[in-house]
Design a protein around this ligand. Structure first.
Ligand SMILES: Cc1cc2nc3c(=O)[nH]c(=O)nc-3n(C[C@H](O)[C@H](O)[C@H](O)COP(=O)(O)O)c2cc1C
Length: 397
């Protein structure tokens, strides 16, 4: 629904309240009240405010895993800098009392163009893991993309979800396994399938290697249950001198994209495209959408910022399928800029994990609500009342 001025005023109150985190969940199960957080002087009012809170409340291993990126962490820095460097060109004296942030993706209406990117191992930072994330996303009305590497089975996540779920697929060399996993995701009600194509091997995750990252005791990857057991002690990282991981498919190719689109009943997106030639090839292979992503800078360091990679992809795809983008989105103005560059919607990764670590499901909800409100402010302050009116003219070029 369009946001009226009255609702926007209420939203301003809600924004103030967005930092009010009713109960804080930590892996230790200790909870902390909102007033305690406020007393610490650390009440989060923007996405980056969640980071120090999250760091305090998670293990060093979890922090290095989530906050880290590949090699010299150049790309992860560029992801942020690309948005910070772009300037905005506002229009004034536009009636912005009604804002419409709705977007339709694959026949499904979303109240706002922000989704939760797939991220692995949520139980590293919250006892209920992905269940808390799904509840938090549901309360905010945001679509969560469930990772293949979730520490909760996709069926159990779907059982608590109050907003649509999508499923992210790490295809495996065993095709019958991959086939069954896709069918499980579909049966659980996931509305789209995002095939991650930028991870035939993991990047040089130096920080993960230093902490010898592996799944702590008591955690497993239940999406693999019954087909391939992946228990505590497992890792997406290579063993020994090999660069390959037992749970990533280094043989994945265009043939697999065609194979998946031949039987998937839900729209298939490819996640992790930067090169416009690959985007073109993906459309020809039958995908329904493209996610421009460099995996949050975690794989190929010195690959470009996604905000820089996005425009040539959008141009090449030429409206045949929607392009989404993730990487470095931390502000409502970043969402506006991504849309101005041609993205249909954006995804956020680390910010909601920090929300989850800092305050459990309420933290996830707060992160989405804050970003959504900031996006509405950015629209109002640039004189844009709906998504169709957000184009290149909002950028100061
Ligand atoms: C801790 C962590 C785990 C991730 N796990 C996955 C995953 O399982 N599958 C996947 O396709 N992408 C994964 N990603 C990448 C995200 O989907 C997304 O591309 C990235 O986080 C976006 O950048 P941002 O963190 O700057 O928002 C992960 C990212 C992080 C930070």
């Amino acid at each position: 629904m369009p946001v009226t001025r009255r609702e926007a005023l209420l939203s301003a109150g809600a924004l103030a309240a967005a930092g009010v985190l009713p109960a804080v969940q930590a892996p230790s199960n200790k909870s902390k009240t909102a007033s305690q957080i406020a007393e610490d002087g650390a009440e989060p009012v923007c996405l980056t405010d969640f980071e120090p809170l999250a760091k305090q409340r998670m293990s060093h291993l979890a922090w290095e895993y989530i906050n880290g990126a590949a090699a010299d962490e150049t790309t992860v820095r560029w992801n942020r800098e690309a948005y910070q460097r772009m300037r905005l060109k506002p229009r004034v004296l536009v009636d912005v009392s009604k804002l419409d942030t709705r977007v339709t993706l694959f026949g499904q209406e979303h109240a706002f163009p922000i989704l939760l990117a797939p991220t692995a191992y949520h139980r590293l930072v919250a006892p209920d893991g992905e269940v808390a994330t799904a509840r938090g996303a549901g309360a905010a009305g945001a679509t969560m993309v469930v990772s293949s590497f979730s520490t909760t089975a996709v069926e159990d996540i779907a059982g608590v979800a109050r907003a649509p779920l999508w499923f992210q697929l790490y295809a495996q060399t065993d095709h019958s396994f991959t086939h069954d996993l896709v069918q499980r995701a579909e049966a659980a009600g996931c509305r789209a399938l995002c095939l991650t194509v930028d991870t035939p091997v993991a990047g040089a995750r130096n920080r993960e290697a230093r902490v010898k990252f592996e799944l702590p005791p008591g955690m497993s990857l239940p999406n693999f249950k019954g087909i391939k057991e992946v228990r505590a002690g497992a890792s997406h990282l290579p063993r020994g001198q090999d660069i390959f991981s037992s749970i990533l498919d280094p043989e994945l190719s265009w043939k697999d994209v065609e194979w998946l689109s031949s039987f998937a009943k839900i729209p298939l997106l490819v996640k992790g495209v930067l090169n416009p030639e690959d985007a073109d090839r993906a459309v020809k292979a039958g995908v329904a959408g493209i996610i421009v992503s460099n995996h949050g800078g975690r794989n190929l360091d010195t690959a470009p910022a996604t905000a820089d990679a996005l425009p040539p992809v959008v141009e090449k795809v030429a409206g045949r399928v929607p392009a989404l983008v993730d990487g470095g989105i931390r502000r409502g103005t970043d969402v506006l800029k991504a849309l101005a560059l041609g993205a249909r919607a954006v995804l956020i990764g680390r910010p909601y994990l920090y929300g989850l670590a800092a305050a459990g499901q309420e933290g996830v909800t707060s992160v989405v609500n804050i970003l959504r409100r900031e996006f509405e402010m950015a629209m109002a302050l640039t004189g844009r009342t709906n998504l169709a009116s957000i184009d290149r003219s909002v950028l100061w070029t």
